[in-house]
Structure formats: C-alpha cells, structure tokens
Design a protein around this ligand. Sequence first.
Ligand code: WTA
Length: 649
Amino acid sequence: MKEKQNNTPVPYQEIANPITDKTVKQNTNQLREKARHGRLDFWSEMSKNISWFEEWNTILDDSKAPFYRWFNDGKLNASFNCVDRHISGWRKNKAAIIFEGDRGDRRVLTYQDLYREVNQFADVLKKLGTKRGDVVTIYMPMLPEAVIAMLACARIGAPHSVVFGGFSPGALKDRIEDSNSKVLITADGGYRKGKVVPLKDNVDKALEGSNCQSIKNVVVVNRTGQDIHMEQDRDLWYSDLINDAALYCEPEVMDAEDPLFILYSSGTTGKPKGILHTTGGYMVGVHTTFKHIFDYQEQDVYWCTADIGWITGHSYIVYGPLANGATTVLFEGTPDFPAQNRFWSIIEKYGVSIFYTAPTAIRMFMRWGEEWLAGHDLSSLRILGSVGEPINPEVWMWYYKYIGGEKCPVMDTWWQTETGMILITPLPGDASFKPGSASRAFPGVDVDVVDEQGKPVKPGEQGYLVVNTPYPAMLRNLYKDPERYLSTYWQQYEGIYLAGDGAKKDEDGSIWCIGRIDDVINVSGHRLGTAEIESALVEHPAVAEAAVIGKKHELKGQAVSAFVTLKESHNGSDELVAELKKLVVSKIGALARPEDIYFTAELPKTRSGKIIRRLLRDIAEGKVIGDTTTLMDPDIINSIKDKYAAKAS
Ligand code: WTA
C-alpha cells in the first residue's frame, strides 16, 4: 500500500494498464483528443453511428434551458437501430440475446429472431389499441420477452415504463397510476433459486377493485406454466397473440425528442420520480459509451448482470449493446444457485469477454472465497465493469486479481438513472487505473466537484458532484412534473446539474465518488428514497412518525435502518418490529425491508421541524455525533444514542 501525500484518497498504488494492444490505447487517445476539439463536434460525429431516417438540423437547442433538446428535427426509431439495421448482412445470424434461465435452461435469439418477434409484438400492441405516445408498463422477470416488449414499444412510439419485478403490488400500482398505462405486460411467473415466483398474483393485487382503472389489457408471457388467474376480457396470453400477429410492423418515424421511456426512480421527497428519456440523444449516448468504455468488438460476448428494471438494464443490456449489434447475455437467476460458482460457470460456458456487475455482488464473491473460482476458465474475459455504488479499493483489487486474472482493466462507471449513460469512467486504453476512483468524465462530458457556492473544490476536499454542460442522453424532464425537475436538479446552481452525490478530486483531477448526500439510500446498488419507506411505516396505526436512514453495511453498501416513534398507548415489541418490516415489504418490495427498527420517544429535529437524518446515521454507525447546533432540543440525541447503544449491545 502506498499513501500519497496531499490528502489524496489513494489507498492503493495505481495499476498500470494490463492491455498491451496498441489499438486500444490509440482508440482511447483518439476519443479523448476528438472531444478536446469541441464537445458539440464530438457528439455530432458520434451521432453518425446511429441510423437516422432524417438528419438532424441543430445539434443542441438550449433556448429553453434546462429543458435541452438534442439533434433537433432528426428522425429515427430506437428499435430500428437495435434490430432492423443488423439483419441486412451476416449479423442476421449472430446471437443478439443469449438467455440463461434460473434452472440452467437456455435460449439463443439471433438478430433475425429478435427482429421477427419485436415486429410481431409491436403488431400485437397496435392491435390492442396502443397508440404513439401511450405509456406501456412492463413488469417482468429477466426474460427475452422483456427486451422484446421494450423494443416493440419503441417500434410503435409508445414510451415504456419498466417496473422492477421485485417491486410490490403497491409500488406497481403507483407507477401504473402515475403513467396512466392502458396495457401491462407481465409473465405468469419467473424462477428464482429453482422456485416459482408468482408475479401474476402481484399484478392481480395491483389491479384489484377500483385500482388502476386505466389498464385495459394485461399481456401474460408463458414462462412457468403455474396455475394463475386470467381475468376475462382483460388478460391475454402472449403466445396466443404472437401466433396471430403480422410478421412485419413498420417502425414509427420518431422525432429525436419524442419520449423513448419513463423509468421511476427514488428521490429525496415524496413519490418516485418518472425520469423521462427521449430517443435521439439517448441512443447516441448509450451507443457511444457502450462501444468505447468496453472497447466493444464484433466478436465479444457481453454480460451485464443488472436487472432490466433498472437504468443499467435499459442502457447496457438492451439499448447500448443492441444498437452496436452485440451479443448480450440475459440471466434470470441469482449468483448462488445452484451453487456460488454460477456466474463463473456462465462466463466459462458462453466465453463472456466483457463483464459488467456491481460492487455489492463482488463483495459477496469475496466473502464466499476464491475457492468458487477453482476449475473455471475465465480467460475469455477482457474488460470488467462496475456500477451502482462506490467500489472499495480492496474490492477493486480483488475483482482485478481473481476475476480478471490481472489482465482486464476495471471500468468503474459512475452515472444515474437521470444521466441515461455513463458519465465518469476510465477508458480501456488509459495508461493506468486508480482502484476506487471512477477516474474522469467521459469525452464530451464536463463534470466537476464544487463547494456550496459552486466553486471547484481543492484536491482532497469533499464537495458536490455537478455536471456543467448538457450531454445527449441526459433526462429531459420528470414525467408530468417539470417543477420538480427544476427544483431537484437545477435550483442549487445556475445552469448546472446537481447530481446529489458527494465526491472528491485528487491532484491529478481524478474523481472519487463518495455516495449520496441527500436522503436517497443505496442498498446493493438500488436506489430507495427515505421518504417512501417512511410513508409506508407511518401507515401503521401504531406509528406516529418515522425517520429512515442508510447505515453502512459490509455487503450491501447501505442497509435500511428505521427510527420510529409510536403513538401514545402503543409500545414497541418484537411483534411490532416484524409487522412493520412486513408492511414495508408489502408497500415497496423486499429490497426496502428495514434491517433494524428502533423505537424512540422523539426524533432529532431542526427548529423548523425537519428531521435531521444525518445525526441518526451517526448514531447507527457508531460515529461521533456531528453538529447538533441546529437541533431544537439537543438532549434528544443523547437519549436516542444511549437507548440505541443499549439495544444494539
Ligand atoms: C451511485 C445507477 C459511486 C451514485 C446507474 C448515483 C455510484 C446513484 C457509481 C445512481 C459509481 C452509481 N461510484 N457511486 N461507479 N455508480 N453510483 O439512478 O450515488 O440507480 O447517484 O443509477 O448510484 O443510482 P441509479
């Protein structure tokens, strides 16, 4: 270990790039060089790698900033870019999707297969009355049909709203209601660790009674064959519909700024925000970043382990890889079924050359031990990626050494649902890598770390991560909520995007992302808003008030911890803890289940009545309590601390 001076947070020595191939280095240098000559020229050149029905006229229209428009007047279709343009030549027979099911079943869809089924399902959606601009909700396990459904929506110009399959009926209902979808696409179930997951039951619960009036049809993909309820006139089998569908469906000619999808993501307050992405800029952004960050080559087999319910799945399982004509692995299962070597056997089986996963998964692999790698040939790997949360330097080193065999550089990629594409990352041809640093802005992107006043911080000082200039894949708005778009991202600094993350820069300008500075919790790389969990808790009749924090967790990065005050005449008990945990799972989903719940007489508040979660976090993490001067009653914090310590011991 080498400690650098100057406060620089570098716990490990820089790792020289193990790639010796000169062309990789040249490509990286050329890309950085191009962007140095001008951001807009750079993106203009990158836009040529996308197929346009009509060329755009203006690259960036900032007349209504921060409601930016990219590639004005350009016409294209995202599904055309992901399938049609690959089937005229030999790629027609190339594997587009290699699907590996939980139980080891496999399906390979060539580009021709994918093209055909996307067309058929697009025709199905049209016949169900879906029009351009109608939002379609997709609530699916990791199945090829989930990708087909997304591309079919894109084909007919219907923005999709994918809801993560692990979300509860309540969360699904909220998202359907907000988007006013008429069609919901789901499956009879999925498999997880060999067992059937009853997804359709969740759908039925979400649509029960007078809920979700907007839904007219539910399309059910046949996956598990389990007995499910099919509501007459509403629920239809995917296979029946496909059998009757036309083989070709003309792609809609979409404007560059027509919406491609909405993806709900947690924010600091209130309900999840519908983050809106449009067609042209998003496609240019994800095509470019996928190609260059992973040094994508035609013969690669690429595997991103995210779920399509998150932005990583959208941009780097579906749109980025398919726009490039890549082979993308789609995995339904979990890393520990049937045994803890599942991932390594998949990499070996398919000869995966680019592997993109999350630090939380790598931490788990570390805990399970290197023994699980024994006997697996991972020599097909060339490039590794990490996303979702800061990667601890020792985790980076383990990933590099044991998975990459010290020959694959690790791309630590920082980005958000909002950014649509990776913004901070090393590139595969860089001279060296700093374990734990996401390095610097992708070419054509301008990020910085600033203080409260917006002044760039000095090396080693912590500040706020911001994006100074617009870039093609950025969100365009929050669905039906432009006010919140402005106040969430653009209010702090004039014309500058506030990411909501804390970060540092070192004296070389490398960026070290620290984590959220707002009330968003990152559990295993999944975003949860404290407000959502708190609202679930206060729905319980015994609860007066709740404050939720993210507490450091060895494997998950952060775990949900709740401080709850009860109404008079109610007492805390183990049963109540269990009830409250169950309530959160039923309202949001298993990933939001509080790890622990503490009952407290009062919560620390400012004089204006705002709960100071930062102090609760200090208590939960056993830290020295931070500044309490703004507290209305500073004694409260000591009493909570004492009780917490007594309970935890
Ligand atoms: C965090 C996921 C550090 C960050 C793509 C961000 C990271 C939030 C990294 C977005 C990284 C993501 N290093 N932190 N490489 N990647 N994050 O919207 O706090 O689910 O704001 O998008 O994840 O989460 P989201």
